[in-house]
Design a protein around this ligand. Structure first.
Ligand SMILES: CC1=C(CCC(=O)O)c2cc3nc(cc4[nH]c(cc5[nH]c(cc1n2)c(C)c5CCC(=O)O)c(CCC(=O)O)c4C)C(CCC(=O)O)=C3C
Ligand SMILES: [Fe+2]
Length: 378
């Protein structure tokens, strides 16, 4: 695994050019028979009790055993291919997953067989955390070793993009539309003028894992862990960007905690926060900005559970979409990938545009995750 060095920063050394792109994702089941094997893959070696697997399985079972994530990724792959073709960037796009078919091992073998030796890897996570970054790097290294492709296939991971226009522009649009919708719901209900709150929701992680992440300068600046800080910065930026959001309350909250209930995870949970806000707010806009597609965690934890919680408390509710295949997301991602691709003149072809202010370099910091792995956090 090569450290993510954009083409332009390759000082002096003559780098080989990337000859393919890999869309790397989580993977999900595509039928009832896939559900338990998929969950075993996800929790491999982490001692997640069977009761918990069965509980999570019900979320998938209720949807025919199918997670929407693979279809979302097929659509994203097609959209990226179209955008690349439009710009005359002639690189094939492959797709591989951590937890389901097509598995990384099969895709790596296929790419190598097709003659590719240096692959630009786009991971479907906007932020830097163990699950969204480091675990992928570990998977890539392990897969290269398992397939005997170490030294044969070089992988270059595209940087995080939570702070880029690619990600913030579609989310700003969704936030504005969400506020308009909740306002309209309140008006239709004869409750015009009741206050609205914006809840920015992301995946919870064990606090021990969050606290392990450097760098210190970000922890000090935000007064919180680095995982939360990335989300806090995006949430604050979006509230500033969107005219309709002026004067509204907002907060970063968490969803989908799992594991041993005695192990502390980041809080508050979105459902608890909705219940607490019910007395003071007439409606809630839920922004699932921790994810880049409407997958099972969005369908179940937000469209089912959080929506129910809001309804029970008589609150208007709007769940905003995720970036998915929004044209600005797709073209922004290709701009960012262009940082690693050189044009005729040897310079990076394009670059992303950072919209969230701040120095977001070296987000793992302090040598990364050290010996702590999330499975050991409890
Ligand atoms: C930070 C984060 C992201 C966001 C970053 C990113 O997007 O990469 C993410 C994404 C996802 N997580 C997903 C699904 C699951 N995550 C689990 C378990 C866990 N996630 C964790 C963290 C994260 N997860 C953690 C700390 C655990 C517990 C320990 C462990 O086991 O690692 C479990 C096991 C059962 C359970 O305990 O709930 C499942 C089934 C799906 C697919 C959804 C679909 O199928 O559509 C996606 C995109
Ligand atoms: Fe997860």
């Amino acid at each position: 695994m090569t450290p993510a060095s954009p083409a332009g920063s390759a000082s002096g050394t003559q780098q080989a050019r990337c000859d393919a792109i890999l869309l790397a994702s989580f993977g999900g089941p595509e039928g009832q028979d896939d559900v338990i094997p998929f969950l075993r893959n996800v929790t491999r070696g982490r001692g997640i009790p069977d009761e918990r697997l069965e509980e999570v399985a019900t979320h998938y079972r209720a949807n025919g055993g199918v997670s929407p994530i693979n279809e979302q990724n097929r659509r994203l792959k097609a959209a990226l291919e179209a955008e690349l073709a439009e710009r005359e960037i002639e690189l094939p796009v492959y797709w591989g997953n951590r937890n389901w078919d097509p598995y990384f091992a099969d895709t790596f073998r296929q790419m190598h067989q097709d003659g590719h030796r240096r692959v630009l890897v786009l991971v479907t996570s906007a932020y830097v955390g163990y699950s969204s970054n480091d675990q992928y790097l570990e998977d890539f290294d392990r897969t290269l070793a398992e397939t005997g492709l170490e030294g044969e296939l070089e992988l270059v991971k595209v940087r995080e993009f939570f702070h880029d226009k690619a990600f913030t522009r579609p989310n700003a649009e969704f936030l504005g539309a969400g506020i308009d919708d909740v306002r309209a719901q309140l008006v239709a209900d004869g409750r015009d003028g009741e206050p609205i709150k914006v809840l920015f929701v992301t995946h919870s992680i064990p606090t021990a894992a969050a606290e392990k992440q450097g760098p210190e300068r970000i922890r000090e600046l935000f007064g919180t862990d680095v995982y939360t800080a990335q989300h806090q910065a995006v949430a604050d930026h979006l509230m500033d960007e969107v005219p309709q959001a002026e004067g509204l309350a907002h907060q970063v909250v968490f969803q989908s905690r799992s594991g041993d209930p005695r192990t502390p995870w980041l809080e508050p949970d979105i459902n608890d926060q909705i219940a607490e806000d019910a007395a003071a707010f007439g409606g809630v806009v839920v922004m699932p900005f921790g994810f880049v597609s409407d997958h099972m965690e969005v369908m179940w934890d937000l469209d089912t559970e959080a929506k129910e919680t809001a309804e029970e408390h008589g609150m208007a509710f709007h769940r905003a979409p995720t970036t998915g295949v929004h044209p600005a997301f797709v073209s922004g991602l290709v701009d960012i990938m262009g940082e690693y691709l050189r044009g005729e003149d040897g310079e990076p072809r394009t670059s992303g545009e950072q919209t969230v202010a701040g120095d977001w370099s070296d987000l793992t910091g302090d040598g990364g995750w050290g010996t702590l792995r999330q499975g050991e956090a409890s």
